[in-house]
Design a protein around this ligand. Structure first.
Ligand SMILES: Nc1ncnc2c1ncn2[C@@H]1O[C@H](COP(=O)(O)OP(=O)(O)OP(=O)(O)O)[C@@H](O)[C@H]1O
Ligand SMILES: [Mg+2]
Length: 302
């Protein structure tokens, strides 16, 4: 089956994402379109829960490409990210060879592909039947700088060198999406390889569209009030403002409780679905929530 081609315009890019249930604004669709057209990695930075990781997932589904995910963490190294030799199997091969007196054969073969464990970055450079895969390098800010430097090399040439085997180079570069929560700054050299986009919280209109796509059985009125309330929360400078996932969860929770619109009792009782820190909940519960509900109702009515 030939690969599904990448979109050829900004509009097509937005439409493709929409087919996957992702509601993008024009700026994001533009960045993504350019990254695809120019075959450059897209570096997405933004607060938690604004839809960074989801973009890679939706792209892989809508373009029918394999999704290869490299979840970053402190201490991530080449053996977990690129490749590793399968030592137990190599040793077993040597033992078997010793037993049968063919040690020279074993010496030649233990560094061949069958003893290689391929990790995400190497997998992403291989040929995939469905076309270049989507490589998601998620939460890059959690790794340390040496790994970043190594990654820079991989992303510059889309190749890695395995001393015992040689160089593996991608016939066609994978579609690379890198995300960061900005817990630290990523080095300029790496950013320069990529197109950069800051993923912001959606405005009320887009958030309603996201809610309609992700939780279609939540009524219009409740959905509008939920969005308006969450948008108010994001303006409060809370310790951890709610992301889009929280909006969706909360709307679904309220629907589960058969709420048709917001009311102070239910809101106070369900704040833990939207806010995940006790200090934030304590601040909002009661007066702030009551005011937010009044405003949300007005906004939804008008
Ligand atoms: N624009 C959008 N359209 C549709 N759904 C969205 C959108 N943005 C976010 N979502 C929903 O919000 C959820 C959270 O998004 P995602 O996990 O991509 O956030 P993130 O930015 O990667 O967060 P984190 O930094 O915590 O990893 C997704 O599962 C998705 O359902
Ligand atoms: Mg994420």
């Amino acid at each position: 089956m030939p690969a599904i081609p990448v979109p050829t315009s900004i509009d097509q890019t937005a439409k493709l994402l929409r087919q996957g249930g992702y509601v993008a604004d024009r700026a994001l669709a533009t960045s993504l379109y350019l990254a695809l057209a120019m075959k450059r990695p897209l570096f997405l930075e933004g607060e938690a829960g604004v839809g960074k990781t989801e973009i890679a997932k939706v792209l892989s589904v809508t373009l029918g490409r394999d999704l290869i995910r490299l979840q970053c963490y402190e201490g991530l190294d080449v053996s977990s990210a690129v490749y590793e030799w399968n030592y137990p199997r190599q040793i077993m091969a040597i033992r078997l060879a010793e037993a049968s007196g063919k040690t020279t054969d074993a010496a030649q073969t233990i560094y061949s592909e069958q003893y290689l464990i391929k990790r995400p970055l190497l997998q992403a450079l291989e040929i995939h039947q469905s076309g270049p895969p989507v490589l998601l390098i998620d939460e890059l800010d959690r790794t340390d700088e040496p790994f970043e430097a190594f990654l820079l090399e991989v992303l510059s040439d889309f190749q890695v060198t395995i001393p015992e085997l040689g160089t593996v180079k991608a016939a066609e570069p994978p579609i690379v999406i890198i995300t960061s929560n900005r817990t630290r700054e990523i080095h300029d050299a790496l950013k320069r390889r990529c197109l950069y986009h800051w993923v912001d919280y959606p405005n009320a209109e887009r958030e309603r569209a996201i809610l309609a796509a992700k939780a279609p059985d939540v009524g219009d009125k409740l959905g509008q009030q939920v969005v308006s309330f969450v948008q108010m929360l994001r303006g409060l400078e809370l310790f951890k403002p709610p992301g889009i996932a929280e909006t969706i969860d909360w709307a679904q929770a309220l629907k589960t409780l058969n709420a048709r619109e917001l009311d102070p009792g239910t809101v106070d009782a369900t704040l833990g679905v939207v806010l995940k820190y006790q200090d934030d909940i304590a601040r909002v519960r009661g007066e702030v929530a009551a005011k937010g509900i009044t405003t949300a109702k007005k906004a939804a009515a008008g």
